[in-house]
Write a protein that binds this ligand. Structure first.
Ligand code: 1GP
Length: 238
């Protein structure tokens, strides 16, 4: 379980972690070597691979392609049980706790468990909490769930605490890919002050300032997807 142990260690040392999210569905195949090159030059510490709807072969091929040149840990961030690849190093075993759709609370997990049992992937149980962020995002649409009210930090904390008490090892506060508004700083801070496990924050973070604000509020890992997809030089400014 070295991926998780390194995250815990970083939190203890107050060392912030930066995740690049690659969505196999949105990647332009010819750009992959260049993307990997940019990731290697960036301060990124982890690569997440996943999206709302992804074909299996693309997933395997993308991970193999990244691994040719990149030594960062590759962690699956699956939209459903079909998005599992043994070529990755680990997987966020997500439960969408903000929603009340049983399929994303336990259904997909039951489908995935026997497959994961046969794999060598490090499994990291993660409470996935979607926060309202302006326009509807793909996560809400595909999962058919309502995000939490962005003003209701008490509910976000109660959900995160339940996630921690259920045994999850990470909390993921998610505004959704390409979100209009990122997770509010006060919400991140309120959750971070009352939890002991590490917190991932992502969705709608598109500049250095946004990354720093999330860290200062208490995020241990910040996820960047769209900003890097739109601009391969995004990490140059960091
Ligand atoms: C989405 O949190 C990630 O699941 C990243 O979001 O694409 O907006 O960076 P962005």
């Amino acid at each position: 379980d070295h991926i998780y142990q390194e995250i815990v260690q970083a939190k203890l040392l107050n060392k912030k972690l930066l995740v690049v999210l690659l969505d196999p569905d949105k990647i332009v195949w010819e750009n992959v070597p260049q993307l990997v090159n940019k990731i290697n030059q960036s301060p990124a510490t982890h690569v997440f691979v996943g999206g709302s709807q992804v074909g299996n072969n693309i997933l395997d091929n993308l991970i193999l392609e990244i691994k040719k040149e990149c030594t960062l840990p590759i962690v699956l961030f699956p939209g459903d049980a079909s998005q599992i690849s043994n070529h990755a190093d680990g997987i966020l075993f997500l439960s969408l706790l903000s929603g009340r759709n049983p399929d994303y609370l336990i259904g997909q997990q039951v489908k995935a468990a026997p497959i994961l049992k046969q794999s060598n992937l490090e499994i990291i149980p993660t409470a996935y909490i979607l926060i309202e962020s302006g326009k509807e995002t793909a996560v809400a649409r595909v999962s058919k769930t309502q995000p939490l009210d962005r003003e209701n930090k008490e509910l976000a904390l109660a959900t995160a605490l339940a996630g921690e008490m259920l045994g999850n090892k990470l909390i993921y506060l998610e505004a959704g890919s390409g979100a209009q508004n990122a997770v509010p700083e006060e919400m991140i801070a309120f959750v971070a002050q009352n939890l002991t496990i590490p917190i991932i924050v992502g969705g709608g973070i598109r500049d250095k300032e946004g990354i720093l604000k999330a860290y200062q509020s208490g995020a241990d890992l910040v996820v960047i997807g769209t900003a890097f997809e739109n601009n391969m030089d995004f990490f140059n400014e960091l």
